[in-house]
Design a protein around this ligand. Structure first.
Ligand code: NOJ
Length: 544
């Protein structure tokens, strides 16, 4: 298989909502012409793939995950011409574009739903899931537990309940209906024709329902996804699917099929365990979940992340672990949303620079493709008073001028208020200031991306965890073809020693990758290292 077809293994993905990035026409919303202007920034940062949150026509009750027309761009964000130009300009800079394919549900404003509810005899009735009894499928959990009491909502117009796994304004499509299956294939083809490189498959475990099950990960889902994948491969080359399946590793594994379903899947259970490991100063949470992580097909890849546009979800942990996370990371109860925590990376780390660096070392050196959430590269803050998940979706902070350089409208017209608190406010945390300061977090992030991009092993290599006696240290080797790395992370806030058994690299020389500094060669005896608080080393092991 050609290297180009595996591009997603070498990618560094940057997630953003077009609305949040740059407002070029003074309407208070970021737009495609604005985002296009900021591509140079992203190119210099070093990322090579952008994942866009939904930008389709929407009543905006779930930030665009409530779609009322799959083939129209929401007018605040520009036109189709603007979008295509953006894709072209991104490609010119070797940046790929992944967009959202929201299969599971539409907005209740979608014409399909409007028609479906207009009469029980409507031709579109069967596009959605209706029932007289709201007890059906009662083993399915409620995901947005803060807002919804049931997965059924009564429609007074047609006198039946409709099924929804998310907000009640987001009716689930009925994938048992072949017309729905085909309609979504048409949507896929429509967007492939615009030149995009891939799709994040939103909420993919919930496509089908079946009595007596929890209505997640059903076999029918995999049959349909394989069909969708065949469509993806039919006319186009090197396009990918990234599954959003917030599930245990064993249940995520089938979404990759035999390399014939999704190319990538997010590793949801790893994410909270990275946060647990650093706070507990203990490598166990990471080692345990990695032990449970199955081998995946050669042409597949994990997508790793620390934060994204949602709350830090805590579905894939035990109740005890969830309590621990809440106690440690959500002292203010307002920070809790559904089961998770609605905070950005920097506030979660109490703005601790070394902690932020360490978490990024893990994100960038564990096996998979890293996904950075916009703004986290400058350590942006959040606003837990904004409701729902809006507090982590505030305008990008470009400079210390009016509206953080995001827009020139009056502040009241911005889609969301800027962060203005003394620690994270845009006067102190912004791209311009950090570009001018050599030691800034932005420059540090750029450097990390550059180091990673020099080696294929990060995205493609295997991993072996090294056994040693200090649980505060997480050490592993990564190997691919003729590249071997040794990664050592200190999860503790104090200095830590570690003795690593590297006998099988006897005579090899470690080269520290950030400074290109050579360390004494490995011998027969355990290799002794001392690490500063929350520090890490990335070594290349060179055979002589
Ligand atoms: C998952 C998305 O990440 C989230 O933002 C959205 O609210 C739900 N799917 C419903 O579409």
């Amino acid at each position: 298989m050609g290297s180009e077809s595996l591009w997603y293994k070498d990618a560094i993905i940057y997630e953003l909502h077009v609305k949040t990035f740059f407002d070029s026409n003074q309407n208070g919303y970021g737009d495609f012409p604005g985002l296009t202007q900021k591509l140079d920034y992203l190119q210099v940062l070093g990322i090579n793939c952008i994942w866009l949150m939904p930008f389709y026509k929407t009543p905006l009750k779930d930030d665009g995950y409530d779609i009322s027309d799959y083939e129209e761009i929401s007018p605040e964000y520009g036109t189709m011409k603007d979008f295509k130009n953006f894709v072209k300009e991104a490609h010119r800079r070797d940046i790929k574009i992944i967009i959202e394919l929201v299969l599971n549900h539409t907005s209740d404003q979608h014409p399909w739903f409007q028609e479906a509810r207009s009469s029980r005899a409507s031709k579109k009735r069967d596009f959605y899931v209706w029932n007289d009894d709201p007890q059906k499928y009662n083993q399915a959990k409620i995901i947005f537990s803060d807002t919804e009491k049931s997965n059924w909502t009564y429609d007074p117009l047609s006198g039946q309940y409709y099924w929804h796994r998310f907000f009640s304004h987001q009716p689930d499509l009925n994938f048992d209906n072949p017309e729905v299956q085909q309609a979504m294939i048409n949507v896929l083809t429509f967007w492939l024709n615009t030149g995009v490189d891939g799709f994040r498959l939103d909420a993919v475990p919930y496509l089908f329902e079946q009595e007596g099950t929890n209505c997640e990960n059903l076999p029918q889902t995999h049959v349909y996804l394989k069909k969708l994948r065949a469509e993806l491969d039919k006319k186009f080359k090197n396009k990918i699917f990234l599954a959003e399946a917030n599930q245990w590793p064993a249940d995520v594994r089938p979404y990759l099929g035999n390399g014939d379903e999704c190319h990538m899947a997010f590793h949801f259970p790893l994410m909270p365990r990275i946060f647990m490991a650093i706070r507990k100063e203990d490598n166990t949470p990471i080692l345990e979940i990695m032990r449970q992580t199955p081998v995946i097909p050669d042409n597949c890849q994990w997508a790793l992340f620390l934060r994204n546009h949602d709350e830090l979800t805590l579905e894939m942990v035990t109740q005890e672990e969830r309590d621990y996370m809440h106690k440690e990371y959500a002292q203010d109860p307002k920070a809790i949303l559904n089961l998770g925590i609605r905070r950005r990376l920097a506030p979660l780390m109490n703005n601790g620079r070394r902690q932020m660096e360490l978490l990024n070392s893990l994100l960038f050196s564990l096996p998979g493709t890293p996904v950075i959430y916009y703004g986290d590269e400058i350590g942006m803050g959040d606003n837990i008073f904004l409701g729902d998940r809006n507090g982590v979706r505030t305008p990008m902070q470009w400079d210390g001028n009016r509206n953080a350089g995001f827009s020139t409208v009056e502040a009241d017209k911005l889609y969301a208020p800027l962060i203005i608190d003394p620690v994270y406010g845009y006067q102190s945390i912004n791209v311009e200031a950090q570009s001018m300061t050599q030691s800034s977090f932005l420059n540090w992030t750029k450097r990390m991306i550059r180091v990673r991009r020099n080696f294929k092993v990060f995205g493609r290599g295997n991993i072996e965890f090294l056994q040693h006696k200090n649980p505060k240290i997480l050490a592993y080797t990564r190997a691919y073809e003729n590249e071997t790395l040794l990664i050592v992370n200190n999860l503790s806030r104090y200095v830590q020693p570690v003795q690593l058994d590297l006998k099988r690299y006897n005579g090899w020389e470690p080269l520290e990758l950030w400074g290109n500094v050579k360390l004494p060669p490995v011998g027969e005896l355990p290799y002794f290292l001392t690490l500063g608080p929350h520090s890490f080393y990335w070594f290349r092991l060179d055979k002589h």
